[in-house]
Design a binder for this molecule. Sequence first.
Ligand SMILES: NC(=O)c1ccc[n+]([C@@H]2O[C@H](COP(=O)([O-])OP(=O)(O)OC[C@H]3O[C@@H](n4cnc5c(N)ncnc54)[C@H](OP(=O)(O)O)[C@@H]3O)[C@@H](O)[C@H]2O)c1
Length: 174
Amino acid sequence: MRVLGIAVISVDGCLTRHAESDVSFASAEDQREFRRAVRECRATVMGRRTFDLVRERILGSTDRSLLRTILTREPSRYVDLAQPGRVEFSDADPREILRSLSDRGYQSVAVLGGAEIYDLFTAEGLITEWQITVEPRLFGTGTRILTRAADPALTLVEHRLLNASTLLLRYRVG
Ligand SMILES: NC(=O)c1ccc[n+]([C@@H]2O[C@H](COP(=O)([O-])OP(=O)(O)OC[C@H]3O[C@@H](n4cnc5c(N)ncnc54)[C@H](OP(=O)(O)O)[C@@H]3O)[C@@H](O)[C@H]2O)c1
């Protein structure tokens, strides 16, 4: 199964600017690439804290063909928000989630973060590709893309300027 990690970061590897929770530093060009990559996958996985930031958009979305799996250790808290096949909450381990998606016919999954979820999937060696946008920012502090020790082998397969200073990098893992 193709498992694509997607992130936008500062040059110094931050997913967020300082203690800010949103990703308003992402350029419009990055957001366009993000949407394109997600559309290609049809299934996404994200952490509950990332979900909280975009929950209105997700719950209000009319796109019935995209399945979002939200990882939480307390899925019972979200039964009222669940929409089977569209928005699902799970405490299954990452391998089990991918197996279940594969059994349901999904061939590509986008892993959308945040850091805890990138850590989790990276520790299990499950991410097969990364799409990382590097914005021309240096934050010094913020949530890092990975917070646990890791060192997956990455092979660069694409690099492209999205505007004068924003760089899109695509890597194959391994
Ligand atoms: N720049 C980017 O591309 C990008 C992308 C995504 C997110 N972000 C940013 O990253 C921040 C959020 O990242 P984060 O690391 O704090 O949180 P997160 O990864 O979005 O979510 C963490 C939550 O996921 C659930 N979780 C974690 N491990 C789990 C496991 N093994 N099983 C079941 N559930 C599990 C827990 O939910 P419960 O607490 O409900 O149990 C945990 O609190 C936000 O500021 C967001 O804006 C940036």
